[in-house]
Design a protein around this ligand. Structure first.
Ligand SMILES: [Fe+2]
Length: 146
């Protein structure tokens, strides 16, 4: 996510979308602390689209919930390889892992509220057999590595 000062400068100002393919975004709010998240209003004029992409991160997990406020008369379909939840109006997905796109918007604008948040990388779980060995070793009064 972009740093907080940059967000303040962008607050409530329309700017071109990141992929520069015709859509625009307006920052509604942001929280850079604890669980960083942001909320944008996205405007897709007729002819705009978003090509397939993933929003890669240096580390962590990027979740995004898109709420379609106004559908376009035609086109403007959200396409996602592995959505967590997808309905006519809601799209919930991992934007860092799942390739996503928007088909060309036809006949009128499309509006979306997009809420994204970052979580730390998922901790790797120890294998059950390793845990059982460690528990057994402790009960016998020796260390796990012995
Ligand atoms: Fe994206």
């Amino acid at each position: 996510m972009i740093e907080f000062r940059k967000y303040l400068h962008q607050w409530l100002r329309w700017k071109k979308g990141r992929e520069n393919t015709g859509y625009e975004q307006l920052l509604l709010f942001i929280n850079p602390f604890v669980i960083p998240f942001n909320c944008w209003l996205l405007r897709f004029p007729a002819g705009s689209h978003i090509p397939p992409h993933r929003d890669t991160l240096r580390s962590g997990r990027h979740f995004r919930l898109n709420v379609i406020v106004k559908r376009s008369p035609s086109g403007g379909e959200f396409v996602c390889a592995n959505p967590i939840l997808q309905t006519r109006r809601l799209n919930f997905f991992r934007s860092d892992l799942s390739t996503h796109s928007v088909t060309p918007v036809v006949g009128g604008s499309r509006y979306v509220i997009s809420i994204g948040w970052l979580l730390p990388p998922e901790r790797k779980r120890r294998k059950k057999s390793t845990l059982n060995r460690a528990t057994k070793a402790r009960s016998q009064g020796r260390s796990e590595t012995s």
